[in-house]
Structures are given as structure tokens and as C-alpha cells.
Write a protein of this length. Structure first.
Length: 56
């Protein structure tokens, strides 16, 4: 099974945007590592949003 091209593109853009990495750098990551980076970015964004909502 191949990974959907649209989903891969979304992941590349997401990581590149938040970490300012090149698309090639993101594509060099193995899939599990890329998913882990995406999850961590999501957690960081959730913490920031929670802090903003609480006024901290």
C-alpha cells in the first residue's frame, strides 16, 4: 500500500511551516518519525492555545 500523495503533501507542508524545514528535509524522515514530529507540533499548539484561552 502506498501513502496517499495528498496526505504526504499535507504532512510536508505542516512540518515545513512550523519548523522552517525544507520539503526535502521533511521527506527524508521515515514515516514513523515524521508522524511523531507532527504529533509533537500538535501538542505544542494545543498547549499554546490553552494558555492563550486561559490568559496565561
Amino acid at each position: 500500500m502506498t501513502y496517499a500523495a495528498d496526505r504526504l503533501w499535507e504532512e510536508v507542508v505542516y512540518v515545513a511551516y512550523y519548523l522552517h524545514w525544507s520539503a526535502d528535509s521533511v521527506l527524508d524522515l521515515e514515516h514513523p518519525a515524521r508522524r511523531r514530529v507532527i504529533e509533537e507540533i500538535g501538542r505544542i499548539n494545543q498547549k499554546i492555545a490553552a494558555n492563550d484561552a486561559s490568559g496565561d
